[in-house]
Ligand binder design. Structure first.
Ligand code: LHQ
Length: 261
């Protein structure tokens, strides 16, 4: 069997491909383990300055592999264990990664697969791709951060519509609704997402990490607390090499050569 996650690195971009195309890249435990390792490596390796996440085949990710365990019998299954040990750590790891994650949604993103995409930092989707909060269709509640992401990105009315109805939302509507950054032509998806990731990998990586941290903190901070945080982060990043390089390049009217420090 081919590995359920493919990882490659080039010019500062670590590309991670969900690779169970025959199941629309649905998650099983092995895939979770390898994805965790890939994200840990991306965090630890200074040469990695951006991550590109995508799926192999015609789908992005169909969420939890529903055939991984038998649910037909009488025995009750405690789903919280899977969520606590696999999905929640994944979302936390993605949001805490101090490097940008670009997502190239190449096809359908359903259930936890949709919310893994929404947990990324810049989401591009092929025009033919779609997002489905499939949970209620099988009697579940959105997880993997869905109930947090959806109202913040799209507002309560649209969040409830998506979660209650489980309807398919096309990539162009997802862009219009503010769920994703951009819908792009299918045949241009990987080139555009790759260019975006490679551009970010040439950027001020420390600043990017702190931008992620600041936006994350804004979810619970008051404006007052956020102003204090911005001051502290600006102090930190202003002491770094990239800020000096950025200003020097501006004054010398040239492109900055950021080192990510
Ligand atoms: C699949 C799956 C799949 C297995 C397609 N599993 N095989 C967290 C914690 C614990 C427990 C539960 O859940 C969670 C979080 C979750 O993610 S819950 C939500 C789980 N996901 C879903 O409910 C989505 C299920 N899939 C679908 O509704 C459809 O496959 C979609 C709408 C995504 C795509 O439809 P189609 O384009 O028509 O493709 P298909 O249905 O024909 O799928 C292709 C193959 O992939 C097929 O296998 P087959 O052998 O018949 O070719 C599917 O059985 C398989 N597949 N999703 N999640």
């Amino acid at each position: 069997m081919p590995p359920p996650i493919l990882v490659s690195a080039e010019a500062g971009v670590q590309t991670v491909t969900l690779n169970r195309p025959e199941r629309l890249n649905a998650f099983n435990a092995e895939m979770h383990g390898l994805l965790r390792e890939a994200l840990e490596r991306a965090g630890d390796d200074d040469s990695v300055r951006a991550v590109l996440l995508t799926g192999a085949g015609r789908g992005f990710c169909a969420g939890q592999d529903l055939s991984e365990r038998e649910v037909r019998g009488d025995e009750a299954i405690d789903l919280s264990v899977t969520i606590e040990t696999l999905y929640n750590p994944l979302v936390r790891r993605m949001r805490a990664l101090p490097k940008p994650i670009v997502c190239a949604v190449n096809g359908v993103a359903a259930g936890a697969g949709a919310n893994v995409a929404l947990a990324c930092d810049l989401v591009l989707a092929a025009r033919s791709a779609s997002f489905i909060q499939a949970f209620a269709r099988i009697g579940l509640v959105p997880d993997t951060g869905g109930t947090w992401f959806l109202p913040r990105l799209a507002g309560r009315a649209r969040a409830l519509g998506l979660a209650l109805l489980g309807d398919r939302l096309g990539a162009e509507d997802a862009e219009r609704w503010g769920l994703i950054w951009k819908a792009v032509d299918d045949d241009k998806l990987m080139a555009e997402a790759g260019a975006l990731a490679h551009g970010l990998a040439q950027g001020p990586t420390r600043a990017y990490g702190l931008i992620k941290r600041a936006l994350e903190a804004s979810a619970t901070n008051t404006l007052d607390a956020q102003l204090d945080l911005e001051r502290d982060l600006q102090r930190e990043v202003g002491l770094g090499e990239d800020y000096r390089e950025g200003v020097a390049a501006f004054l010398e009217k040239r492109k900055p050569a950021f080192k990510g420090r």
